[in-house]
Design a protein around this ligand. Sequence first.
Ligand code: F6R
Length: 251
Amino acid sequence: MRAKIIITDNYQLMSEAAARLVIEQIKKKPNAVLGLATGATPIGLYENLVKAAWLKTVSLSQTKAFLLDEYVGLNKADSRSFHYFIKNKLFDRVDIKKENTFIPDGQAQDLKKECASYESLIKRHGGIDLLILGIGLNGHLAFDEPGSEIDSKTRVVKLKEQTRRANAAYFKKPSQVPRQGITIGLGTIMKARKIILLAAGENKAGVIRRALKGKITKSVPASILQTHKNLTVVLDQAAAGELMAGGKRRK
Ligand code: F6R
């Protein structure tokens, strides 16, 4: 495996290390195209980016950003939508231009058309330069659940029960968690020129081992990342706990 693995002592240091990589990319290419995950894991990274933009260490004024996924059926203004999440955590707090931010519309009349145009929008912008990924407990990336095809594109998917359970904390009742999502595909992910995979916490240790050291298999979608040419994995100690000798300690 050619991935670079950075193991940090805790979540805060993981977030800082990841933010440094994103800032480095934006400085090198101010109009870089980013791909952004939501979820608990990248929150610290986004906080560090907000801080850096506020201190004017970096400017996102030319940067473009595509969100990886969205629930089907939730209104943009719904606080549980990924739309709301990314605006609240990042877009509304940095100098990125609204016209340079892209989020799949989970309420589109024609979802199939929405998926196709999202995929071509990414292409029209020259593809993703830097993609930030989290990982689900079942090895999913974005909403690409186990069984997803390696060359899949942006599409509507059925969410696995494990994923719905993991996301239930954001909803009053588990039954309110949407059953479908729009997600960029594994093929879309693999086309990104650089990928940063983030994971924190002991509960991610098993899936990180399976993804990075296990067999490359459809049943662990993240295992496909082993074949990516420019992957950096940033972990905290706990998430790296099962990598053992394979992981290089750098920080
Ligand atoms: C969400 C996304 C998901 C999450 C994954 C981990 O946009 O891409 O694949 O990255 O479900 O979620 P957290 O970080 O909440 O553990």
